[in-house]
Design a protein around this ligand. Structure first.
Ligand SMILES: Cc1cc2nc3c(=O)[nH]c(=O)nc-3n(C[C@H](O)[C@H](O)[C@H](O)COP(=O)(O)OP(=O)(O)OC[C@H]3O[C@@H](n4cnc5c(N)ncnc54)[C@H](O)[C@@H]3O)c2cc1C
Length: 395
């Protein structure tokens, strides 16, 4: 079977879904989205789906703020009454102990405010009022975002796909892209497990699997895959779904935690994680060392968790670049091929607005947020997008 679409998107995670939705809005572009499994069966399904605007790279702040507005009015943004991203407006808190990290936090809070974010420093007593279980004796600076929260990553992705499909986008599950077809200087289609699909433009949005699809093309992806363990704990009393998310910059592993279903707390790390050769080879084992670290850190920060019970866990892949920011936009040396990978553990919150920018880039238009700084060339030029807290998913 041979088909033709104007645009083929490989990868049906939240990035592929949002881009497909934005292309569908145009009405005159034929689009197919392929996934080797079901839609949303990759990293997005494992996401903690925390939505905040706290970044130190200005274009990340811009993308995050535009996306936050979409999450907060998801039905309106998608023009679909059935759209549901499961957004919970819990608020977001970021805490730092004395020293340079607190200085960086204060600087970034001012930067956020200048970029138009609803975020500000709060006094420790005010922070305790916002989150009555927090222990803050070793904290000097707290930033707070009242409009942030968390969402349901699967519902979000499915909503994008439903809205896109309503406007004619074709979604092909269980259709693996085996190879990109390149003729001279440009991409001309995709060879898939279900036949050849010709396309004028191809977006590679396969996240942690990017090396498999792009590895043979002739440029260094600067990509590493690592596995990240998420743990859920039950404390003495049910943990309220309304408590703010907390990012704890006093911890070496840049721990974050948020409420989860059934009154438990969900905790993850914003650090390097465990490198893996293959994103299909993640271990679901709970590392005793990490479990102990997280137990101690949660008990230290949250009252009522000294004897916390481990309730559940899962592992998901991060696709990490050297500066912990994604590679976005045209591929070097291959006309018509666009890249979107390397989200380094923070791509969910950026995806709604980013999909619009990727759609614009695919159509050769100027983008709402300049994607040029995210070009792969930055790793050779040295113009990295490293954030103020160094490596980690909060750049
Ligand atoms: C544990 C964890 C916690 C996270 N927490 C947060 C958070 O709190 N906030 C936040 O903003 N971000 C978070 N993230 C990051 C965020 O979830 C990801 O950056 C985002 O979901 C990536 O989406 P994606 O569409 O790029 O990739 P994916 O969702 O991985 O989608 C890629 C798709 O490509 C498909 N595919 C692969 N190869 C092929 C092929 N050859 N042919 C066809 N299809 C193929 C896969 O099946 C998959 O469905 C977290 C990630 C993890 C793992």
């Amino acid at each position: 079977m041979t088909e033709h679409f104007d645009v083929v998107i490989v990868g049906a995670g939240v990035v592929g879904a949002s881009t497909a939705f934005h292309l569908a809005q145009r009405g005159d572009v034929s689009v197919a989205v392929l996934d080797r499994g079901e839609p949303c069966s990759g990293g997005t399904a494992k996401s903690c789906a925390i939505i905040r605007s706290h970044y130190s790279v200005p274009s990340n702040i811009d993308l995050a703020l535009r996306s936050l507005a979409m999450f907060r009015d998801f039905k309106g943004a998608l023009g679909d009454e059935r759209a549901d991203c499961g957004f919970v407006n819990s608020g977001y808190m970021i805490v730092a102990g004395p020293g340079s990290v607190a200085d960086a936090l204060s600087t970034n809070l001012a930067l956020q405010a200048a970029e138009g974010a609803a975020t500000y420093p709060v006094a420790l007593d005010d922070a305790r009022a916002l989150h009555p279980l927090l222990e803050l004796d070793d904290v000097v600076t707290v930033g707070y975002e009242p409009e942030s929260g968390y969402a349901d990553p699967i519902a979000t992705t499915q909503s994008f796909f439903r809205a896109a499909a309503n406007k004619g986008v074709v979604v092909r599950p269980h259709t693996e892209a085996l190879r990109l077809m390149i003729d001279g200087p440009r991409v001309v289609g995709v060879e898939t497990s279900a036949g050849i699909i010709h396309a004028g433009q191809v977006l590679s949005a396969v996240g942690p699997w990017s090396s498999n699809l792009l590895g043979g093309i002739g440029f260094d992806l600067h990509l590493e895959v690592s596995e990240h363990l998420v743990l859920t704990f039950r404390g003495e009393a049910p943990y309220s779904a309304e408590y703010p998310i907390v990012k704890d910059l006093t911890t070496d592993n840049k721990m974050y935690f948020r409420p989860a279903a059934d009154g438990v707390i969900l905790a993850g790390t914003g650090d390097h994680g465990e490198p893996v050769e293959d994103a299909d080879g993640l271990s679901e084992d709970v590392s005793p060392a990490l479990l102990e670290t997280q137990r101690v850190q949660i008990a230290h920060r949250v009252r009522g968790f000294a004897a916390a019970e481990l309730v559940g866990s899962w592992t998901g892949p991060y696709d990490v670049t050297p500066d912990w920011n994604p590679v976005l936009g045209p591929a070097p040396g291959v006309e018509g091929l666009q890249l979107a990978y390397g989200f380094s553990g923070h791509g969910f919150k950026l995806a709604p607005a980013l999909g619009g920018c990727l759609a614009q880039s695919i159509l050769g238009e100027s983008t709402d947020v300049d994607l040029a700084p995210y070009g792969i060339e930055r790793f050779a030029s040295g113009a990295l997008l490293t954030g103020a807290y160094g490596i980690g998913s909060i750049s």
